[in-house]
Design a protein around this ligand. Structure first.
Ligand SMILES: Cc1cc2nc3c(=O)[nH]c(=O)nc-3n(C[C@H](O)[C@H](O)[C@H](O)COP(=O)(O)OP(=O)(O)OC[C@H]3O[C@@H](n4cnc5c(N)ncnc54)[C@H](O)[C@@H]3O)c2cc1C
Length: 273
């Protein structure tokens, strides 16, 4: 039973509200929260984050691109700044859900929800993104990789304000590929995100553990040249999912996804020249 509903229109109003509530329930696009009625916040107050304009900003700062937590997946997919400075995130957004879901789902909700199969976190980790969090007590920021290892991911009166994507190491090269059970919108079974300068790409897999996982062996092989990449990728992924059945099928699927990733990286490298 929801006691109260609030829709603050600024970060200041949100913080003032949170300072007075012990048990707020935050809602952004509602695509995770509302499909499972059991997840509806049994909160003292349900706080709609959808009217805070600063949450919907994508802006360039001196050394980082800032993406507000309320930016929708559809907006990420078409944003020219993201395409230029963090293409791995833009590609992850293009591969995400259906048109309707992309129009409502936010990046903040995708991270805060903490699903192992979520598509944007591997891209954010590959891009070395930092999450910016605010609470009435103050602001803090930490790498998305660290945020995702916490439980709960977001504290009770904490809000993800946005994400800082560092510029300056040539993260302009980026690629994201996704494997699911079907071509249509689907839950990811394996995602691969690569970002960084040529020869020093960071390679991160999603959906094979509780949080995105950097694939050290495959990353080294990728950066040494394409030759040993596919076997190294297969080794790293299968090592992360040792108990799962149908490994023969999986080996082929992992290598095929690896080839897709190589194609995208090659194209991104050519475009960058
Ligand atoms: C049909 C369908 C297809 C989908 N396809 C995909 C897909 O392909 N890939 C994928 O990754 N996901 C997919 N999803 C899952 C979902 O759409 C995403 O996780 C989405 O990004 C969640 O964002 P939201 O704004 O809707 O979050 P909400 O549902 O509003 O909130 C989710 C959780 O995050 C918290 N939260 C939201 N914003 C903040 C914030 N700023 N600070 C702190 N906490 C916050 C809420 O309190 C809640 O606990 C799909 C869902 C459906 C129903």
């Amino acid at each position: 039973m929801i006691a109260e509903f609030a829709s603050p229109d600024s970060e200041a109003a949100l913080m003032a509200l949170l300072a007075t509530k012990a048990d707020p329930g935050l809602i952004a696009g509602g695509t995770d929260l509302l499909i499972a009625s059991g997840n509806l916040p049994a909160a003292q107050v349900v706080v709609d984050l959808g009217h805070i304009s600063s949450f919907r900003q994508v802006k360039l700062a001196e050394d980082a691109l800032f993406v507000g937590a309320g930016v929708t997946v559809a907006a990420i997919a078409r944003d020219p700044l993201i395409a230029r400075h963090c293409p791995v995130l833009g590609q992850a957004a293009v591969n995400f859900g259906s048109v309707q879901i992309r129009n409502r789902a936010t990046i903040g909700g995708n991270v805060a929800n903490g699903s192992p199969a979520a598509d944007l976190p591997p891209a954010l980790v590959a891009a070395r993104a930092e999450a910016v969090l605010r609470a009435p007590e103050g602001e803090t920021s930490l790498p998305v990789a660290d945020l995702l290892s916490r439980r709960p991911i977001v504290g009770r009166r904490q809000v993800i304000v946005g994400f800082r994507l560092p510029l300056g190491d040539g993260s302009g090269i980026g690629a994201f590929v996704k494997l699911g059970r079907r071509q249509e919108p689907t839950i990811s079974r394996l995602t691969l995100a690569a970002a960084g300068p040529r020869g020093a790409l960071r390679l991160v897999a999603g959906a094979i553990g509780p949080a995105p996982r950097r694939l050290a062996g495959a990353e080294a092989a990728l950066n040494a040249g394409a030759d040993g990449f596919l076997p190294a990728l297969e080794d790293d992924v299968l090592a992360a999912i040792p108990g799962r059945a149908s490994a023969a099928y999986k080996s082929r699927a992992i290598r095929a996804l690896g080839l897709d990733l190589l194609d995208r990286i090659t194209k991104a490298s050519e475009d960058a020249e």
